[in-house]
Design a protein around this ligand. Structure first.
Ligand code: ZN
Length: 243
């Protein structure tokens, strides 16, 4: 069967968003699932999200929240709200969950079809954010493949390079020969581009086609879980704003 990848990212323990995205991907005929990292953090269903991803199966790279949850490192680089959620998340997970997060690689090649990284290929362990062409150019000089998917900013974006880097809106595209693409899938569990719907991508290697999807989900259910867990209220508020 012709492959159609569903590329998920920044799920951030939002099981309501994840389940709606998976239902949409199945409807769209996805054959394979991969994830550009940050399965946990911010929202209140870390166990459910890890178990759902592991059961798919779904090749995954490690995000900064996954990393700081599983590795005994200082959280001083984190915003205090995010750091509190990381500490709360550690208490929700078993040794087995934490070991699984610990073992995730920082970068991955998916069946020779494309690359994945949470932040950038030039320094994946630095967790740099790519918002502009200059930041994308630093990454693209290390990208030896036509196509790489990433996450981290929670803003769906296409960076395309022929002679120079061009930033494009997240619209469906056909990969052109002679160009390189660095594509942010947007966030499943905490979108930040002003649209509260969950974001992910589909990729069909044979047609060389990338499609962006937005999926409405039960935001109130996700907010209710945040409140019930005693996590900061602003994390619930931002879900409805897509910020
Ligand atoms: Zn994230």
């Amino acid at each position: 069967m012709e492959k159609k990848f569903a590329i998920l990212g920044d799920i951030h323990a939002n099981i309501d968003a994840l389940e709606s995205v998976l239902a949409d991907a199945r409807e769209q005929g996805a054959t394979d699932y991969v994830c550009v990292g940050d399965i946990i953090g911010y929202n209140a269903a870390p166990r459910e999200c890890i178990e759902t991803i592991r059961a798919l199966p779904c090749q995954t790279v490690r995000g900064n929240h996954d990393h700081y949850c599983a590795y005994a490192e200082t959280l001083e680089d984190f915003h205090p709200v995010a750091a509190n959620v990381i500490e709360w998340t550690r208490r929700q997970l078993t040794e087995d969950h934490l070991q699984w997060l610990y073992d995730l690689p920082l970068t991955a090649t998916v069946g020779g079809a494309f690359l994945m990284v949470h932040s950038t290929l030039d320094m994946p362990e630095r967790w740099g954010y790519v918002f502009d062409n200059l930041e994308a150019a630093a990454h693209l000089s290390y990208q030896m493949h036509v196509l790489c998917f990433h996450g981290h900013t929670h803003v769906p974006t296409v960076f395309e390079k022929e002679l120079e880097v061009v930033r494009r809106p997240p619209e469906s595209l056909k990969l052109q020969l002679g160009k390189k693409y660095f594509i942010n899938t947007g966030s499943v569990g905490q979108p930040r581009d002003g649209d509260p719907r969950a974001s992910y991508c589909l990729y069909q290697p044979k047609a060389r086609e990338v499609t962006f999807r937005r999926v409405a989900y039960d935001v109130e259910a996700a907010q209710g879980k945040i409140t019930a867990a005693g996590l900061p209220e602003r994390l619930a508020v931002r879900l409805a704003q897509g910020r």
